[in-house]
Ligand binder design. Structure first.
Ligand code: AHG
Ligand code: MN
Ligand code: MN
Ligand code: MN
Length: 328
């Protein structure tokens, strides 16, 4: 068996994935291929995002997705890019996308299912603020060749095989986990490669940053307001970009908590369980952080609908515990 060499900073994503695959002697390489397919789609999307102001891909299309959101042109471009890359890669039997009402059935002989937010932070596209892509990977429960059913897709977050995000920011970073820690890769455009830059990311147990849209303060329940006031008393910094991936990533690196609570306008919160909360919860937990809906571990929630929403408290473990202590 090939000698396993510990990856070092500067290793490319492809080499890192292959190296990791050596740890699983019976791995068939399908998951490795799937991760590389996702990375390829995001490299192409990175190019689209970086020229959004120069070509006609800003603004909205004048139609609305199942979420009731005005679909941005780049939402649909991102969705198409991801679906094309995953379809061509041949490793998925079905795709659940924020931008599609129904499940997209692909290669019925394949084992994997991808739930994705092709473009997170759409409201920021036209104003040059960081946006992202979020993905979550499950292994189907039915046998290849059988019809894919909703049970294959609506699995608890703890069943995820892998999850990650790409942040199109000051640099473009891919961060992912397969359940053996969290690693970050920075895109090097001159090579066209994601290169290992953040090995074994650990979430600081404490932090001094809180991220919540305080514009909703009056519609939050009292415990949330009390926690916000606690943060102010502690003189924490308020940081809220309006792109979940950006806010989550900053808090992962520096320590902090992101909260999107339920409110009068959003009785189940705004964020989607399958392709926002679960994926980031896997990353959070694998790096020593925590993710809850306010009373249940996010990755224990049994999904019942493709696009169901969930309140989200996620980030540094002791900050999430403190926030939850306000909720009886
Ligand atoms: P998306 O663009 O994929 O629909 O997600 C937007 C989400 C998330 O990225 C962000 O944190 C949140 O919406 C912002 O919501 P508010 O504008 O209500 O604060
Ligand atoms: Mn959206
Ligand atoms: Mn999103
Ligand atoms: Mn989105």
């Amino acid at each position: 068996m090939q000698k396993i060499i510990a990856p070092s900073i500067g290793t490319t994503l492809d080499r890192f994935i292959k190296n990791r695959q050596l740890h699983f002697p019976y791995a068939t390489g399908e998951l490795s291929q799937l991760l590389q397919d996702i990375a390829l789609a995001c490299k192409i999307l990175n190019r689209d995002v970086n020229k959004a102001g120069l070509v006609d891909i800003n603004g909205d299309l004048g139609n609305f997705n199942i979420q009731g959101e005005a679909q941005q042109k780049l939402d649909v471009i991102a969705d198409d890019r991801m679906i094309r890359a995953l379809t061509n890669g041949g490793q998925v039997c079905a795709i659940l996308s924020e931008e599609r009402d129904e499940l997209i059935e692909v290669n019925n002989e394949s084992h994997y299912i991808v739930a994705m937010d092709p473009l997170d932070g759409s409201s920021n596209i036209d104003v040059g603020v960081s946006i992202g892509t979020i993905f979550s990977i499950y292994r189907r429960l039915s046998e290849p060749g059988e019809p894919v059913n909703t049970k294959d897709v609506l699995q608890k977050g703890k069943n995820q095989i892998a999850a990650g995000y790409v942040l199109y920011g000051s640099s473009t970073m891919l961060v992912y986990t397969t359940g053996y820690g969290v690693n970050g890769f920075t895109y090097e455009p001159s090579l066209g490669e994601f290169v290992l830059s953040h090995q074994n990311i650990r979430s600081p147990e404490n932090g001094k940053i809180y991220s919540i849209n305080e514009g909703g303060y009056r519609s939050f329940e009292n415990p949330i307001r009390e926690y916000i006031n606690f943060c102010k008393d502690q003189k924490y910094s308020a940081r809220y970009v309006g792109s979940l991936v950006s806010d989550f990533h900053r808090n992962l690196i520096k320590g902090g908590i992101y909260i999107y609570p339920k409110s009068n306008q959003a009785p189940h919160g705004k964020l989607r369980l399958m392709y926002e909360a679960n994926a980031l919860a896997f990353i959070a937990e694998q790096s020593g952080g925590m993710a809850s809906d306010g009373c249940t571990r996010i990755m224990e929630i049994q999904p019942i609908e493709f696009h169901q929403r969930s309140p989200l408290f996620i980030g540094s473990k002791n900050m999430v515990i403190k926030a939850l202590s306000y909720i009886d």
